[in-house]
Design a protein around this ligand. Structure first.
Ligand code: ADP
Length: 170
């Protein structure tokens, strides 16, 4: 596991993870940035997934190609909206990381980049979110035979410092 500060749309990984919403139709923040940089094929693939399977539930993940991005694939996962912590937000955030990694493994993808899911518009407390992110990725790696390189791509310095702290801590 590694951490960098920057823009995830510039990362040439096998897959970058998108902090999507359940409509999969794009939005603000990192979702908007990925769709802008990746072009319209990503949105078309998302629409086809919704037509087939319906909206993507919180904590789950789906995969599209990377369109014009340097990444080969985009894994779209729906983070929980923070509602005070009594609506299983912590479990659902961990599910986002675990289900994204399971999907990556199923597609034999080995380099994966995550943004700080739910810590923008969805208001998940950054300290808690960083601990959950690092723990969930570590648990997945310890429990599977997959060899994966996971990079946390933090847009803001606060998340960068928090992820660095928890990478040292665990
Ligand atoms: P959510 O709705 O899951 O909270 P946001 O996109 O609002 O999603 O925010 C999630 C995180 O993504 C925030 O920490 C935000 O700073 C970060 N972010 C925004 N743009 C980018 C980008 N281009 N690359 C990486 N992270 C980004």
């Amino acid at each position: 596991m590694q951490v960098v500060q920057g823009d995830i749309t510039k990362i040439a990984a096998d897959a970058i993870i998108n902090a999507a919403n359940s409509s999969l139709l794009g939005g603000g923040g990192v979702d908007g940035a990925i769709h802008r940089a990746g072009g319209k094929t990503i949105l078309e693939e998302c629409k086809a997934i919704v037509a087939r399977l319906g909206r993507c539930p919180t904590g789950e993940a789906v995969i599209t190609t990377g369109g014009n991005l340097p990444a080969k694939y985009v894994i779209h996962t729906v983070g929980p909206v923070w509602n005070g912590g009594k609506k299983q937000e912590e479990e659902k955030l961990a599910d986002c990381y675990t289900n994204s990694l399971k999907l990556a493994a199923a597609h034999r993808l080995t380099s994966i980049a995550f943004p700080n899911i739910s810590t923008g518009v969805y208001r998940f407390p950054k300290e808690k979110a960083s601990r959950i992110a690092v723990q969930a990725v570590r648990n997945f790696m310890q429990g599977s035979n997959e060899i994966m390189q996971v990079i946390f791509v933090c847009y803001d310095e606060e998340n960068f410092n928090l992820i660095r702290k928890y990478l040292d801590y665990f």
